[in-house]
Design a protein around this ligand. Structure first.
Ligand code: OSB
Ligand code: MG
Length: 368
């Protein structure tokens, strides 16, 4: 299979609500989409970088640079069999995993299209629907947080995750637990704490949560291991895990007992599956994280999350939790019991709304 044409399209989508984490706040997202054409058809993928380098080191601008100036020359005129071959080829590029992932996952999808099967068939997906959770940003007040959570519980989400940061943690969790004593609940600190904050983390240990996600900085695997040994609540790592080697080290050290897999963060599906398999062999459950994707990025996440060891609800929420108008048809919707169905059509199995892409487009450029 050869990539015959490639286009990078920037769209700007406004979230329904501002989304605040320990590292920043976002209302409008600039999203880069990659459109590839091969002899078998065309495929869209999403670059899941933020605009700023605060979640990880990449941005929309660095991803464009890496894809345009280094990855496209590697792909030009090359015959690529499948997503694994693409992963191998792109491993020449160091770091820049979100840029690589957008290309690698697009090629996985083109391979599915070439074979006439749904994407999850190639990935080894077995679950017809995925468990859906929701990630709630830091709110102005405890009452706003309680109201948000009530709304999402009414929608049927299987797990509520709330963002925390120093000063917005124990107090807010107390309020949440007073209103919702037994819901499946977790917190995500996005690396906002340091080992000296152990006192706060011990207090968080009293709220009977499913997990505490990424309390410390991404490089602090040892400190996470020390923490995990002192808490009842399980530690989940997100930012710390960039490849299967990080995963093996973290499991060996006891830094975490749950892993959040975001295919963008780990350079795509090949590495996601390696992490999935390593965790499965160690009886460590995984779940699929999110980067506030459009329906295109979400479709990829849904296919991945159908793999057997994705046993915990992911941050894969319905389209309407993010957008007034999603760019895929049909949009993703919650089903009875808080599930999102895995599309069964060829490739992604959703229609990309090119009319809406044109509507929200801020620029586009031909890369090949
Ligand atoms: O840490 O999981 C995170 C969004 C942007 C950057 C990092 C994270 C998040 C989320 C939102 O938690 C997950 C979603 O897409 O719903
Ligand atoms: Mg996270």
């Amino acid at each position: 299979m050869k990539i015959k044409s490639a286009e990078l399209i920037l769209i700007r989508l406004r979230l329904k609500d501002r989304f605040e984490t320990s590292f920043g706040s976002v209302f409008e997202r600039d999203i880069a989409l990659l459109k590839f054409t091969s002899e078998f058809g065309e495929s869209y993928s999403e670059v899941v970088t933020d605009s700023d380098p605060f979640y990880n080191g990449e941005t929309v601008v660095t991803a464009r640079h890496i894809i345009k100036d280094f990855i496209m020359p590697l792909l030009k005129d090359r015959d690529i069999d499948d997503g694994r071959a693409a992963h191998e080829l792109l491993s020449k590029v160091r770091g820049n995993r979100m840029a690589r992932a957008a290309v690698e996952m697009n090629i996985w999808n083109l391979a599915a299209i070439a074979r006439g099967v749904p994407l999850n068939r190639l990935l080894g997906g077995t679950q017809p629907a995925v468990r859906s959770g929701v990630s709630v940003g830091i709110q102005e007040s405890a009452s706003a947080m309680v109201e948000k959570i009530s709304h999402y519980l009414e929608r049927g989400y299987q797990r509520i995750k709330v963002k925390i940061k120093p000063g917005h943690d124990v107090g807010i969790l107390g309020q949440i637990r007073r209103h919702f004593p037994s819901i499946p609940l977790s917190v995500d600190a996005n690396a906002a704490y340091v080992p000296a904050d152990i006192g706060i983390l011990r207090e968080l240990d009293n709220f009977n949560m499913v997990m505490i996600e990424q309390p410390f900085s991404e490089d602090d695997l040892l400190e996470h291991a020390t923490l995990a040994a002192q808490l009842q609540t399980k530690i989940c790592l997100d930012e710390s895990i960039e490849n299967v080697s990080d995963c093996r080290v973290a499991l060996r050290l006891g830094s975490c007992s749950i892993i959040n897999i975001k295919p963008g963060r780990v350079a795509g599906f090949t590495e996601s599956l390696a992490i999935h398999d390593a965790c499965r062999a160690a009886s460590v459950p995984v779940w699929c994280g999110g980067m506030l994707e459009s329906g295109i990025g979400r479709a990829y996440n849904v296919h991945l999350a159908s793999c057997p060891n994705f046993t915990l609800p992911g941050d894969i929420s319905e389209s309407a939790r993010y957008w007034h108008e999603d760019i895929v048809e049909p949009p993703f919707e919650l089903r009875e019991g808080g599930f999102i169905q895995v599309p069964t059509g060829v490739g992604l199995g959703v229609l990309v709304r090119e009319d809406l892409i044109r509507k929200y487009m801020t620029s586009s450029e031909k890369l090949l």
